[in-house]
Design a binder for this molecule. Sequence first.
Ligand code: ADP
Length: 195
Amino acid sequence: MKQNGVILWLTGLSGAGKTTIAQRLENKFQEQAYLVELLDGDVIRQNLSQGLSFTKEDRDINVRRVGYVANLLSRNGIIVIVSLISPYRAVRDELRYSSKNFVEIYVNAPIEVCEARDVKGLYAKARNGQIKSFTGIDHPYEEPLNPHITCYTAKETIDESIAKIINWLEKANQLPELVIPINSRENLNFSSLRI
Ligand code: ADP
């Protein structure tokens, strides 16, 4: 059995489509009874990284923490989907090259498109100064130079972006073996495991 799971690391600007793609992927894997966990940047900041700011130092700490958790999960056969702006190349590369099963996925949309979408109204707030250090406005985003996969979400449909990722994973043989189908887990008899 292939023990290792895989880390699908979605990086890109706010509004590029990371969460949308991450949630669709999560549903797709769950339907097929894969073990899957989604680590979403917004949720992580409410618990694991509560209190961290948006300085370069704190963003790097945040990315390393998420990378650490993703590694713990993925080494147990779980597909870990990370949806995080993760704007700095060096710390992304640090995780990518220290892990065997890290797939860097660049969710790529021009800033004008992200700003026009303004899914959470954050670009408007960044433009009028209500939010400081906003990625793409007054804080850098360093594009991946050599991502495994790029989803051009201003040109592709969501389905096309999803298909691109799944096809890549299948070709690269990166999906873990299915463990125990969910419906047969109920039939496990733990009393037989007593010594
Ligand atoms: P992020 O998580 O990167 O901040 P979201 O997923 O919250 O971005 O928002 C992206 C928006 O772009 C959504 O409204 C989504 O419906 C839209 N969108 C259009 N095309 C795509 C695509 N190919 N992939 C992902 N999102 C897309």
